[in-house]
Design a protein around this ligand. Sequence first.
Ligand SMILES: C[S@@+](CC[C@H](N)C(=O)[O-])C[C@H]1O[C@@H](n2cnc3c(N)ncnc32)[C@H](O)[C@@H]1O
Length: 455
Amino acid sequence: MKRGFLAKQKRKPVNAQIPIEEQLAKLVLSNTVEPMNKSASSEKIIDPHKSKSTAQSSAFSNLSGCLLYVNFRAKEPLPVKLPIGDVDKSLPENYKTGKPLWTEVPAETTDTREGICATTVPPQRNGETLADNPDNWSECIFLSRRLKYKIISTPGFPAPVPRPPNVRHRLGPSAFGTGMFATCDIKMGELVMSERPLLVTSGGIPSLYTPPPGDPKPTAAQIIQATIQEYERLLEYSVSRMLPENRAAFFKLHNAHTKDGSGPILGRIRTNAIGITIDTYEQKDLGSVRYGAVFNEISYINHSCVPNVSPKFSALSFSSRVRAIRDIKQGEEILISYCKPEVSTAERQAELKPYDFQCTCHSCSDPSSDAVLWKILTSPLAVERLDCKHRLMCAESWIAEIERKGWYHLEVYGTHLSIAAMCAKVLKKFDVYHKYENIYEAWTEGMYGESRRIL
Ligand SMILES: C[S@@+](CC[C@H](N)C(=O)[O-])C[C@H]1O[C@@H](n2cnc3c(N)ncnc32)[C@H](O)[C@@H]1O
C-alpha cells in the first residue's frame, strides 16, 4: 500500500537552479497517468519481480496523457501537466517544425539500436490485409528499435489473439455515449474479449522541440504547445501506415481534447488509450516497459471507480485480454477504472479531469466511502495479531464488506481471501478452505490474467 492517501507523498524537488524554459527544452511527453520512471522511459531491463508488481498495481490505470515530463539535468524527470480545457495555444515566436527525429523499422528487424521508431507489430508484409491476418496489426511508436526486436524475437511470437468460446460482448448506447455490454452471464476470471491495439504509443517523447539558439525565449506553455505539435507529426506518420479500416476506426473514437492544443490524434490518444505493460523475454531476463494502447473496441469501455473487468496486455500475442473480476450478468455494462483504485474520491476525480467528465459511481456519490476505503485498506494489519479462529472470522467479514461495496478491484480483496483460506486450512475446515481457494484462483485470473494458487 504505497499509493494514494496512504502514501507519504514525497514531492520531487524542483531544480531551482535551472530555469523552467531550459528544463522544458528537454521535454519528455508522457501518456501515462503514472509518473514514468527512468527505467520505463529508457526501456531498461528491470527485475521481473518488480515488473510483476508494477503490472498489478497499474492493472486499472488508463492513459490520459495528462503529464509532461521534463528531462532536465537533475536525475529525476520533473512531471508537468499537459494542458486541459480551453488554453492559450500560442507557439514560440519563429516556431518551425524541425527535421523528423524518428526512423521507420523494417518488418523483420534485427536492429537493436536506441532511437524513436515507427513500426508495425507483428511484422506486416507488403500488401497483406485483414483477410490474411484477422488478428490485425498494431502501429507502434517505440522509444527504441531494440524493443521491436525484443518483441518479435520472443519464442512463440506472435501467439494468436485468444478468443472466448462464444462472443460475450457488444458495443451499444450507454449513459456515457457508446459503451461495451455483456451478451451473456460471465463468471469471475472468465475472458470477456481480447484485441490487438490499433496504436501503441511510447510513454515518453524526448525532446521533440528545442528552441533554436538566439530565438526569443519561449514561455513554458509555448514549449509545451510546440512539443505537442511535433508529437502530432510523428503520430500522423504512424496513423498513415495503418490499414484504411483501422484508420477509420481510430478516427471514429471520441476526442475529449479539442481545445487544449492536442492535435486530432493526440487528443484521441489522451481520451482512449489504456496503459499497458509490455513484458518481453530476452535471453534469461524479462524486460518490462509501460506504453499506451488505443483499441478498436476496448477503447469504448467506459469508466467506473467500481469496475467489473480488468484489461491485461500480453506481449506474446500483442493483445489485451479483458477478464471479469466478478460475476457479470447478461446486459450489464462492462466497466474499467481510468484511475488508481486505492485513492480518495478527490484524488480520483482529479485524475479523471482530462477525460472531461465527473464520475457519479456509487463510490464517488457516497460521502462515507473514503472512510470505509481507508478502513478496508488497513484491515489486514488489524487481523494480524488475532488467533486463527478470529482471524478467519474477521477476514470473512472484510470479504463480505468488499463484496457489498463491489470493490473487487482492490488488492486487499485477494489478501483477505488468502488469509481466510490459510486460516481455514489450519483449522482443518477444508470446505471453507476450498471455497476461498477457488474464489482466489478465479479472482487472480480476472485481476492479473493468470490464476494464482494460495501457497
Ligand atoms: C474512452 S472513451 C469511452 C467511450 C465513449 N463513451 C464513447 O462514446 O466513445 C472516454 C469518454 O467516455 C465518457 N465516459 C466514460 N466513462 C464515463 C463516466 N463514468 N461518466 C461520464 N462519462 C464517461 C467520457 O466522455 C470520456 O471522455
